[in-house]
Design a binder for this molecule. Structure first.
Ligand code: FES
Length: 96
C-alpha cells in the first residue's frame, strides 16, 4: 500500500509486528513501523471491523490504537519503537 520514497540510514531495531519479525529504523514510532509493514492498518473498527490506519501522527485522532507488548489502547504514534517490541493490530472494541 505504502512505498518508501527515501531509504533510512542509521540504527535499526528488531520488532515483531503482527507475529512477524521486522527491522525498523530506531527513530520510528510504533505507528510508523505499522505503516512501513504489511497493509499499514493499526486497528479495526468495533462495529464493522473495517481497517483503520494512523492519520495525524501527533496524538490527536486516536486512529493509531495498537496493542503494544500485550497492552491494548496504546497510541502508536506516541510510542517510540524498542528492541523486541511486540506490536499488534488492535481488534474489536477496547476494554475499559
Ligand atoms: S495517528 Fe492520530 S493519534 Fe496517533
Amino acid at each position: 500500500m505504502f512505498k518508501r520514497v527515501i531509504e533510512f540510514e542509521g540504527p535499526v531495531l528488531g520488532v515483531v509486528i503482527n507475529g512477524r519479525e521486522c527491522s525498523v529504523p530506531a527513530s520510528f514510532t510504533a505507528a510508523a513501523a505499522m505503516l512501513a509493514s504489511e497493509d499499514g492498518a493499526t486497528r479495526e473498527t468495533p462495529i464493522s471491523g473495517a481497517p483503520r490506519a494512523p492519520y495525524c501522527m501527533m496524538g490527536v485522532c486516536f486512529e493509531c490504537l495498537l496493542e503494544i507488548d500485550g497492552v491494548p489502547n496504546q497510541q502508536g504514534c506516541l510510542v517510540p519503537v524498542a528492541a523486541g517490541m511486540r506490536i499488534n493490530r488492535q481488534r474489536g472494541a477496547r476494554t475499559v
